[in-house]
Ligand binder design. Structure first.
Ligand code: 5GP
Length: 286
């Protein structure tokens, strides 16, 4: 959205695109309803700017790859796939919002309120509220500048963290009841089936953050959440305290991500997957 605001102010025609739904807690951002979830494949674009995406296959089927003259890739993922014509990857940035701050400052020295709100939201959420290990002095420097530009810290906190829907709590309660541990008690695993989502009239967004509950347990090094997408097909979310899970996400789950937050997919029978992961993580964590 920060890119959308700045490009619009420069008189550009801009389509914000995301194949996924936008979390409800982000709905306070101005013009967020301008997001399109599909694109006409025949439409022509001078530039496609891809942010926060370490794997072009995650961009959705509508991405008009053949009709974009120049692709600019801006990312902060570790070992991101390089697919842009112009590439700016900073693995040390806590969020793409941190990178964009410096780019946008080159275009307009004085940030406006909407840009400050969007960049602050990016940094707040991707840094786990300034708690994760990729939070640096630069993160706080940028946050300071965003506050000076008017970002409303407390209002954003309410929007993002204190408007939890009742159905989310109900779904969380059920998800927590599925928790299992490996024998060395350093790996926690939970799951969500399609039926559980349906029962609570929920979708994947509703389960945002659930995987973290496994990680906050004393002694648990890696937390895993399996989300059923299709029969015997699961989306995998992984969180770790210190252990680097990015390589396992790539090699074992055909996915990717960061040192402490990664994901991918796995196929098979649910109970078999759980038992195998408990054994494998015991080995990987030893
Ligand atoms: P989450 O658990 O929130 O879905 O994802 C955590 C992190 O893992 C994100 O940084 C995301 O980019 C990455 N990730 C999750 N699933 C996949 C996947 O299937 N492929 C790749 N390359 N990265 C993923």
């Amino acid at each position: 959205m920060a890119l959308y605001y700045i490009l619009k102010s420069l008189g550009k025609e801009v389509i914000p695109y995301n194949p996924d739904t936008i979390p409800k807690s982000f709905s306070f951002l101005k013009d967020i309803d301008k997001y399109q979830h599909s694109i006409d494949k025949n439409e022509e674009f001078d530039v496609g700017i891809v942010v926060d995406n370490s794997d072009i296959s995650r961009i959705g089927n509508d991405w008009p790859a053949n009709n974009i003259k120049t692709v600019i890739q801006i990312d902060h993922h570790v070992k991101a796939q390089v697919f842009g014509d112009i590439v700016y990857i900073d693995e040390h940035a806590v969020a793409v919002g941190e990178i964009l701050y410096f780019i946008i400052k080159e275009i307009i020295p004085k940030l406006n309120f909407d840009i400050a709100q969007a960049l602050y939201l990016s940094i707040l959420t991707d840094s786990g509220s300034f708690r994760y290990s990729n939070t640096t002095p630069r993160t706080f420097y940028v946050a300071q500048k965003l506050l000076e530009a008017g970002a409303k810290v407390y209002d954003i906190n309410i929007e993002v963290y204190e408007k939890v829907e009742f159905k989310k709590i109900a779904l969380l309660k059920e998800t927590l009841s599925t928790i299992q541990f490996n024998k060395t008690k350093n790996f926690a695993i939970m799951y969500l089936t399609k039926e559980m989502f349906k029962k609570h009239n929920a979708n994947e967004d509703t389960s945002e953050g659930f995987v973290n509950y496994g990680r906050i347990i004393d002694g648990i090094e890696v937390s895993c959440l399996l989300k059923e997408i299709n029969k015997e097909e699961y989306k995998v979310s992984l969180r770790s305290k210190k252990f680097d899970i990015s390589q396992i996400a790539i090699e074992y789950f055909s996915g990717g991500g960061h040192k402490n937050a990664a994901g991918g997919k796995i196929n098979g029978d649910l109970n078999t997957i759980i038992e195998e992961l408990k054994i494998n993580f015991t080995k990987w964590l030893s």
